[in-house]
Write a protein that binds this ligand. Structure first.
Ligand code: HAM
Length: 422
């Protein structure tokens, strides 16, 4: 046993689990490209200040969840806790505004938050994120939500709910915050520790507290305090969602845990997931680009939690394709057969056949056992006799049926036989 262990809240992903990751990531990439998004890859380390300013000083992320460290030159860096601030930084730093707008980016990668690990909550987790820069048009918000709906349907998920809200512009929110403080004031002594702490620092977050739900239930609705601009934006968003035929619920308690949002906020909840049920979240952040030193640029985006999606797929018993299953195992005996099989492996791989060439000194029956353990569909067997006769044996590993074929016809026969498996 090794003395080294995984860091708490992280995971090793391998074996059959990888098939779920391929399923989720491949479909996401394919669909994001269909919606006109281009990939962006930003570094995993950034300056700590990018997040403390971008995500917000008073958020849980900045207060207690960031992995920060000093590098050898005394710079304070952080492992990114989310992707939006990084993409905004890249957008400004690379003067992407000059490439015309709006611009649509997506990213897939690990994020890091020092949270209490539990089911659905990790310290290293993966997000699929999308951001649109340079439009304040509510159609952009609606298109993102439509993407989420279509994507989850494509994954064959059914038991999820889309919830939308508007948290207004910064100005209209100030008025609401005052009203909310007045409402919560008499309850202050009986509220949970988190709510008491957030009462002054981040009053909106009291609305999504899991403990003081009853107090939140009767709180005044933010939707009654929107200014005209936010109201119109929200009305248009709803209209567009209807045109896209996306089902949604309005939930005035969706406030999001990051500070940069304005107007639209949304979340997707999976109904089988228990405590950590939010599989995607996002919204509009019209002030962030400017706040981080760029030109005024309205923007909107979302991020999906990959681990939670996979959990949801399992809960709904959705089977995924076995992407890594080996098509052909090549077993051989003898020096001459080995040389011939090396050539054969190159030939099969040219035809995109997943080929596993034996790399051991095992005898043929040991190699067949290995092929079985690897769950290969077919095994090609070439012993000394076969070399002499210029033939190979192709074995269907499911039925045990064996066919002898001329060496020059192997690839064709393999391609034919593989069709039986799809
Ligand atoms: P977020 O709500 O903090 O938003 O995270 C988005 C999603 O990431 C969550 O809905 C959840 O599925 C997943 N997630 C968050 N924390 C964890 C964790 N500790 N373990 C597992 N999964 C987790 C953002 O990060 C924003 N940047 C989204 C966005 C993009 N807004 C605008 N553009």
């Amino acid at each position: 046993m090794s003395n080294y262990k995984r860091i708490k809240g992280t995971k090793d992903i391998f074996g059959e689990e990888i098939d779920y990751w391929y399923y989720v990531e491949n479909k996401a990439k394919e669909m994001l490209e269909k919606y006109g998004f281009r990939e962006i890859r930003t570094p995993i380390i950034e300056s700590e200040e990018l997040f403390s300013r971008g995500v917000g000083q008073e958020t849980d992320i900045v207060q207690k969840e960031m992995y920060t460290f000093e590098d050898k030159k005394g710079r304070i860096l952080a492992l990114r806790p989310e992707g939006t601030a990084s993409v905004v930084r890249a957008y400004i730093e690379n003067s992407m505004i000059n490439f015309g707008s709006p611009q649509k980016f997506f990213y897939i990668g690990p994020m890091f938050r020092y949270e209490k690990p539990q089911s659905g909550r990790y310290r290293e987790f993966y997000q699929i994120g999308a951001e649109i820069f340079g439009t304040d048009y509510p159609l952009a918000d609606a298109e993102l939500i439509d993407f989420l709906y279509e994507y989850f349907k494509t994954l064959k998920l059914t038991n999820f709910k889309i919830k939308i809200n508007s948290i207004g512009t910064t100005k209209s929110r100030e008025k609401y915050k005052k009203v909310l403080k007045e409402y919560y004031n008499p309850f202050l002594p009986i509220l949970c520790e988190d709510c008491q702490r957030r009462y002054n620092a981040n009053i909106l977050r009291l609305l999504d507290c899991k403990i003081d739900k009853d107090v939140a239930a009767n709180a005044p609705s933010i939707l009654d305090y929107l200014d005209n601009e936010s109201k119109e934006h929200f009305e248009s968003l709803k209209k567009y969602l209807d045109v896209f035929e996306v089902p949604y619920e309005i939930d005035p308690k969706i406030v999001r845990g990051l500070d940069y949002y304005s107007k639209t906020a949304f979340e997707v909840e999976h109904l089988d997931l228990g405590e950590q049920a939010v599989i995607a979240g996002g919204g509009r952040y019209d002030d962030l680009v400017e706040q981080l030193g760029g030109p005024k640029t309205p923007a909107v985006g979302f991020a999906i939690g990959i681990e939670r999606i996979i959990e949801a797929l399992k809960k709904e018993h959705i089977e995924v394709e076995n992407f890594s299953q080996i098509d052909v195992y090549i077993a051989y005996q003898g020096e001459q057969a080995e040389l011939e099989c090396i050539k054969l492996s190159k030939e099969l791989r040219k035809y995109k056949i997943k080929t596993y060439l034996n790399l051991s000194k095992r005898n043929l029956s040991g190699q067949l056992k290995h092929a079985n353990r690897l769950n290969a569909k077919l095994t090609i067997i070439m012993g000394e006799e076969e070399v002499v006769d210029d033939v190979v044996t192709v074995r269907n590993m499911e039925t045990g049926e064996q066919t002898k074929v001329q060496r020059s016809w192997v690839t064709e026969l393999v391609l034919e036989k593989l069709k039986e498996f799809s």
